[in-house]
Design a protein around this ligand. Structure first.
Ligand code: 13P
Length: 257
C-alpha cells in the first residue's frame, strides 16, 4: 500500500452467492465488528438482484456497492442484460469487469473488457478491471507480457482524465478459489509491472495514483503480508468476503496505522 498517493480499496466479490435476503444480516454483522475504515474504502460487489438491498443496507456503514458485470451497450434490445446507467440509477459505484470466470465461462475477451470499461466510465461507474495468468502461462514465463497486453487492451482509448477512476485487480487464475495464494513477492512483482504499464501509457503522476488490488485466496491470515507490498493497494476477495468476521479482519488489516 502507499496511502500517500492512492486509495486502498478492499472489495468483496460475492460471485453467485448470497440471496437478497442474506444482505441485511451480513451488513448488520459486518457493521458490528469492523473498526472504522479510516484508511481504506470498502466495497461489496454483489449479484444484480442483491444490489437494491445492498445499496440500502450498506448505506450507513460506509461500504460502497459494486456490480459483478455490465453490458457494454448503453441500452437496447439485449434481453437479460444490465446497462451501466441502470446500475448508477440504483446507487451502485463500482463494477467488476473481465473477471477470469467471465472470461473462462462466458467468452469475455480483452476487447469486450475494453468496451465495458468505456461503458462504465461513460456512465460514471468505477471499473475494477481483472487481469491474470493461468498456471500454464506462469510456467511458460509469459506472465508479465500477458498482463501487459491485458492492461493495455483494457485501457485502449481511455483518456488520462478517465483512467484515474479505474482500479486494476491482479488475480492469478491459479490462485482463485484454490486456497493457493501467490506469494507476496509474486503478487507484488506483477502489481509493480502493471503500474509500469500505466506509467508508460499515462505518465508517472497517474500511475502513482491508480489503485491496484490483488485477488486470489486472500484471507484474514495472508492479507497483511500481501498489503505490505508497496504496489498492492487492496484486495478483491471471493470466499473470505462471504463471512463477516473474515472480511472484517481483512479490512482491519488494511486499516493498520
Ligand atoms: P477467492 O478469494 O475465493 O480466491 O476469489 C478471488 C476472486 O476471484 C475475487 O474476484
Amino acid at each position: 500500500m502507499n496511502r500517500k498517493y492512492r486509495k486502498t480499496i478492499i472489495a468483496g466479490n460475492w460471485k453467485m452467492n448470497m440471496k437478497p435476503s442474506d444482505v441485511k444480516p451480513f451488513a448488520d454483522e459486518l457493521k458490528n465488528i469492523v473498526s472504522r475504515a479510516k484508511w481504506c474504502e470498502t466495497v461489496i460487489c454483489a449479484p444484480f438482484v442483491d444490489l437494491p438491498a445492498a445499496v440500502k443496507a450498506f448505506k450507513d456503514c460506509r461500504v460502497s456497492v459494486g456490480a459483478e458485470n455490465l453490458n457494454e451497450n448503453p441500452k437496447g434490445a439485449y434481453t437479460g442484460e444490465i446497462a451501466a446507467d441502470m446500475l448508477v440509477d440504483l446507487g451502485v459505484k463500482y463494477v467488476i469487469i473481465g473477471h477470469s470466470e467471465r472470461r473462462q465461462y462466458y467468452g469475455e475477451t480483452d476487447i469486450s473488457v475494453n468496451k465495458k470499461v468505456h461503458a462504465a466510465l461513460e456512465a460514471g461507474l468505477q471499473p475494477i478491471v481483472c487481469v491474470g495468468e493461468s498456471l500454464e502461462q506462469r510456467e511458460l514465463g509469459i506472465t508479465i507480457e500477458l498482463i501487459t497486453l491485458q492492461v493495455k487492451t483494457a485501457l485502449a482509448n481511455v483518456s488520462a482524465d478517465k483512467v484515474r477512476k479505474v482500479v486494476i485487480a491482479y488475480e492469478p487464475i491459479w490462485a482463485i478459489g484454490t486456497g493457493k495464494t501467490a506469494t507476496a513477492e509474486q503478487a507484488g512483482e506483477v502489481c509493480c509491472a502493471i503500474r509500469a504499464v500505466i506509467r508508460n501509457l499515462y505518465g508517472a503522476r497517474i500511475a502513482r495514483a491508480i489503485t491496484i488490488q490483488y485477488g486470489g485466496s486472500m484471507n484474514e491470515k495472508n492479507a497483511a503480508e500481501l498489503l505490505a507490498q508497496p504496489d498492492i493497494d487492496g484486495g478483491l476477495i471471493g470466499g473470505a468476503s462471504l463471512v463477516p468476521e473474515k472480511f472484517a479482519a481483512i479490512i482491519n488489516a488494511a486499516n493498520q496505522e
